[in-house]
Structures are given as structure tokens and as C-alpha cells.
Design a binder for this molecule. Structure first.
Ligand code: NDP
Length: 292
């Protein structure tokens, strides 16, 4: 498996497995199938409600703890220095581990950015104490990264954002890249479950992606993942189906040509599928994250 070296030297598998909206009772099987297929990075979040099942699947797999890179995210309701330190304990206990490989702030809280900064300061403490191996953020736009970088001691290792052929967020990617922050793409095959009206269309049915897939004897999903990897990102596709789980990691035996990459780049519509990161508030999105 190809790896990405994070800004402080930690190696992370380039391709991982996502479990957003995977129901807890399906998570154990899904993660088990992913581990069987060779995935060694699992991305979950306190807000997904399935950290416990992710941990159970890793333990049941018999694969050594050091061989699996576990990534989770702190929800906005748990921001604040002391609260965030405590939230690490909640997530670590649910995952059944002493150390988390990569811990992210799930969202910026633009209307209460001091709280976001306090939460990040807690991540820095957890890093210094060896409770986490790397720290980062998610859904941070350039203005949020700028405010954070002004005040933090440790540059985030990762910014996990929506990136797929229809929404590439080049400005955020370039800003982060110039500062050593790795972009990790969520919804890397564009199946954003936030699209409620389908008006953005489906990347899986896109004719340009379809033609490239056909030329390589691969599926559209595999082409999109390959595009993300060749552009240097980390990608974390999600599936609950064993055949798709295996398909999505079978992307290391072909190479897209430069003109194929450019053709996919040109599909960017500039239209976001997920929630606007600038509009995240505790009032609208806050929710209780249960104790372990
Ligand atoms: P993806 O782009 O990974 O698409 C997942 C969807 O596509 C599911 O509906 C899945 O269905 C389907 N699918 C998976 N593989 C294939 C395939 N090969 N062919 C056809 N359909 C396929 O989107 P996600 O939104 O799930 O994002 C991936 C991960 O990113 C999440 O699971 C989560 O870990 C993370 N994420 C983070 C966010 C954040 O705010 N930080 C927000 C959203 C996601 P099925 O399961 O039925 O196979």
C-alpha cells in the first residue's frame, strides 16, 4: 500500500476506508471486509456513532494494532480545552485503544472560533503526551486554516475535505499543500450522501470518467480513486458491500495519463455537495456525544 508521510514524519496509508452513515450493526462486517481486502486505514468520527464497532472489528481481525491506522474526529459539541481532552478518552475507550493515530477536529466553528482554537490546543497537548500520533482538521476552508495557523503551535497534518471530480476545492488544496498539510478527500467517488435532490448529477455516470474507465478496464469509482491518489491526496471511500470494498482498493495496478487527469480536472463544477463549512453552528449542528 502506498503511503503518505505526514508533516511530522508519521506514515499513513494513502487509501483508507470510510464509515460515515454505516449503521453500527453493519460496521463490524464492513470494517472486517475492508481489513480482509487489505485496507489499513479506517476513518470514523465520534459523530458517526460507530467507533465502538470499528474498534471491535480491528480487534476481531487479529491484525496487530500497529498495522492499522485509526483516524477519528471530535464533534463540535465537545470543543473547548478540557472537554476535548475528555473527548479523546471517550473515543479511545470506544475504539478500545490507548493511542489514536490521527485525531481531527470535524469542523471549524466559525461563529465560536475561540472554542475551535481551544479544542485544537487540546489536540496539541494530546500529541505532546503521545496519546495521538498526528493531529489535524476537517472541513477547514482557507480562512479557517489562516486563523488556526496564526495561533497554533503544531501545523495540522491533514485537512479532510470534500474532494471529487465535481468539486475539487483547488484553492483550499493549494493553500494547505503549501503549508505541508495533506488533503484527505472525503466522498472521493462523489457519492455524497448530502446530495438530496440529485441535481449535481452522479460522477459514477459521468461520460468522461466512464470512457477513461473503459480504456483501462476499470470502474468509474476506481478511476476517481486513482485520480485522487495520482494528485497526491489521501482518499477514503466508503461502502458496506464486500465486492465494492474490494473494488475500491484495487487501484494500484494502473496509471492514468496526464491528459486523463486533466480531463477529470475539467469536470469541476465548483458546486459543493456537503454542508457549507462557514455555516456550521452549535445551534444547528450540536448534538450530544455519549460517554464510552
Ligand atoms: P463516497 O464517495 O465514499 O461514496 C460512498 C457511497 O458510494 C455509498 O453510498 C456506497 O454505497 C457507494 N459506493 C461505494 N463504492 C462504490 C463503487 N465502487 N461503485 C458504486 N457505488 C459505490 O462518499 P462518503 O460520503 O461515504 O465519503 C467517504 C468517507 O469520507 C465517509 O465514509 C467518511 O469516512 C468520510 N466523510 C467525512 C466527512 C467529513 O465531514 N469529514 C463528510 C463525509 C464523509 P454502498 O455502501 O451501498 O456500497
Amino acid at each position: 500500500m502506498e503511503t503518505r508521510t505526514l508533516n511530522y514524519g508519521v506514515a499513513m496509508p494513502a487509501l483508507g476506508f470510510g464509515v460515515f452513515q454505516t449503521p453500527p450493526d453493519e460496521t463490524r462486517n464492513a470494517v472486517g471486509a475492508a481489513l480482509d481486502s487489505g485496507y489499513r486505514l479506517i476513518d470514523t468520527a465520534a459523530a458517526y456513532g460507530n467507533e465502538r464497532q470499528v474498534g471491535e472489528a480491528v480487534q476481531a481481525s487479529g491484525i496487530g494494532r500497529s498495522q492499522v491506522f485509526l483516524e477519528t474526529k471530535i464533534w463540535i459539541s465537545d470543543y473547548g480545552y478540557d472537554q476535548t481532552l475528555h473527548t479523546f478518552e471517550k473515543s479511545a475507550r470506544k475504539l478500545g485503544v490507548d493511542q489514536i493515530d490521527l485525531l481531527l477536529l470535524h469542523q471549524a466553528l466559525p461563529s465560536a472560533f475561540d472554542r475551535t482554537l481551544e479544542a485544537y490546543r487540546a489536540l496539541e497537548t494530546l500529541l505532546a503526551d503521545g496519546k495521538v500520533r498526528a493531529i489535524g482538521v476537517s472541513n477547514f476552508m482557507v480562512e479557517h486554516l489562516t486563523m488556526l495557523l496564526d495561533r497554533c503551535k503544531v501545523v495540522p497534518a491533514v485537512n479532510q475535505i470534500e474532494v471529487h471530480p465535481y468539486f475539487a476545492q483547488r484553492e483550499v488544496q493549494e493553500f494547505a499543500g503549501a503549508r505541508g498539510i495533506l488533503t484527505q478527500a472525503w466522498s472521493p467517488i462523489g457519492r455524497i450522501t448530502f446530495y438530496r435532490d440529485g441535481s449535481n448529477g452522479s460522477t459514477l455516470d459521468d461520460p468522461v470518467i466512464g470512457a477513461i474507465a473503459q480504456a483501462h478496464g476499470k470502474s468509474p469509482a476506481q478511476v476517481m480513486l486513482r485520480w485522487g491518489l495520482q494528485e497526491g491526496r489521501s482518499v477514503i471511500p466508503k461502502s458496506t458491500k464486500a465486492d465494492r470494498i474490494a473494488e475500491n482498493i484495487d487501484v494500484f495496478d494502473f496509471e492514468l495519463a496526464a491528459e486523463e487527469i486533466s480531463a477529470i480536472d475539467r469536470l469541476d463544477t465548483g458546486r459543493r455537495g456537503g454542508p457549507d463549512p462557514s455555516a456550521i453552528t452549535l445551534e444547528a449542528f450540536g448534538r450530544d456525544i455519549p460517554e464510552a
